[in-house]
Write a protein that binds this ligand. Structure first.
Ligand code: PMP
Length: 415
């Protein structure tokens, strides 16, 4: 991570895309740097960026860059821009991508983007692949170089999804609800029929070791456990259980106002399965198969995420976060009987109750959605994220969203 000049670092954290790319508001203003014609009207358009190429290794990009092609941003800038633009899981690669969908639509740049090979395309590509970064990963009991943390192609976890994981956030050097995440990892493994070869205490110490080794104060922690390679049939009773823990920077820069605009959820055709169809209470890799399908479809249709119903037709959750509705100043949330009872969910319920807001846990239907005045989702990654739209229904995030976002922010920072 380069050392930033303090004021530039501050500007970048507050207004990442403006600091890097200037004050572009829409596609109209993306002009080819030489002809000054709209970028979609010339072949191989280029644009200049505003000045900052700061730091020894650069925050970049600077100078002249090709529109619609992959640009390398420093991870710090990448995270800042991603969060500012409300793209949570991916990062950027081109000037066009950060200006998102309407730009493609308005200026015909969608066609141009479609011509970029998929492997290099827009917000779908991670700027720096996760297997090619500097740092250290805890792997089966010891810290090893990030790039050496590999598994063999003949690994049971890869073929049959015999893998469980956690997603945790570290705020100011402290992992939020570390113990609960540790317990859930063990429980998930047990539900999947295996024991972890390390104690909760060892795994908790290992997480902090990883954070320290990588110099991370505000970040995301990803423990994962999987069945190894001794047996490659469906049965794998003798396989070694492997455990790894990685962590990466993930500061929270998103302003409250930006979050209050709310995200847009598509309605997924995929349903959360019944408890006798899948191990629904484990954070097990296989359950994310339908989440990725649902989220990809939602993103292709211009939404941020998807709302999934359950096998009975009740409202369930988003692809990686729990759901809350505000009806008549009370909070209603689906009973988590066929999906994860999120750790953030439970924290937010406690915060709401502390505010004297009644929380009702029950089966929710489409009619309830029709009556909701505010909607939000919660999760380790999502934190408390207001929802502005579900399918063709619109919601206006309001007082309760704002209160819980503020209370949650205060809660995670409490030492
Ligand atoms: N549901 C799913 C499917 C998830 O992946 C997550 C994130 N772990 C959640 C809910 C929220 O859980 P938590 O608040 O524990 O992160």
């Amino acid at each position: 991570m380069p050392l930033l000049d303090e004021s530039l670092g501050h500007d970048l954290a507050k207004h990442p895309s403006q600091t890097l790319f200037g004050d572009l508001q829409d596609g109209e203003k993306i002009l080819d740097g030489h002809s000054r014609m709209a970028a979609d009207e010339v072949d191989d358009p280029v644009m200049g960026t505003s000045q900052p190429v700061f730091g020894e290794n650069g925050v970049g990009p600077g100078g002249e860059v090709a529109v619609g092609e992959i640009q390398h941003l420093d991870p710090f800038a990448q995270i800042g821009v991603a969060q500012e633009q409300g793209i949570r899981s991916a990062c950027y690669v081109s000037h066009i991508d950060i200006y998102d969908e309407p730009v493609y639509r308005d200026k015909g740049l969608q066609r141009q983007a479609a011509e970029i090979p998929p492997s290099q395309r827009g917000a779908m590509a991670e700027l720096i692949p996760f297997d090619d970064r500097d740092g250290t990963i805890w792997f089966d009991g010891r810290l090893i170089d990030w790039r050496d943390a590999r598994v063999h192609v003949l690994t049971h976890g890869l073929h049959y999804a015999s893998s469980v994981f956690e997603g945790e956030r570290c705020y100011g050097g402290r992992i939020f609800h570390a113990r609960e995440h540790g317990e859930r990892l063990l429980r998930s493994a047990n539900i999947m029929g295996f024991d972890l070869p390390y104690s909760i205490e060892t795994l908790e110490a290992a997480r902090y070791e990883v954070l320290r080794a990588n110099g991370i104060v505000d970040g995301y922690v990803r423990p994962v456990a999987w069945r190894g390679s001794e047996m490659m049939g469906v049965s794998a009773q003798q396989n070694t259980i492997h455990v790894a823990i990685a962590a990466w920077e993930w500061p929270s820069y998103f302003s409250e106002e930006a979050r209050m605009r709310g995200i847009r959820l598509a309605i997924s055709d995929w349903r959360r399965p019944a408890p006798d169809t899948a191990p629904v209470h484990a954070k097990a890799a296989g359950l994310y198969m339908i989440c990725t399908l649902a989220k990809h479809k939602a993103e292709r249709e211009g939404f941020d995420d998807a709302l999934m119903y359950d096998y009975r037709g009740f409202l369930a959750e988003a692809t990686g976060a729990n759901l809350f509705l505000v009806i008549d100043d009370k909070i209603h949330t689906p009973t988590p009987d066929c999906f994860l009872d999120g750790i953030t969910r439970r924290s937010v319920i406690a915060l709401a109750q502390r505010q004297g807001i009644e929380v009702v846990e029950r089966h929710l239907t489409d009619d309830d959605l029709g009556q909701a005045t505010e909607v939000f989702i919660t999760g380790t990654a999502a934190e408390v994220t207001p929802v502005g739209q579900i399918g063709d229904r619109h919601f206006q995030p309001g007082r309760i969203c704002r209160t819980l976002m503020q209370d949650f922010d205060a809660e995670v920072r409490r030492g």
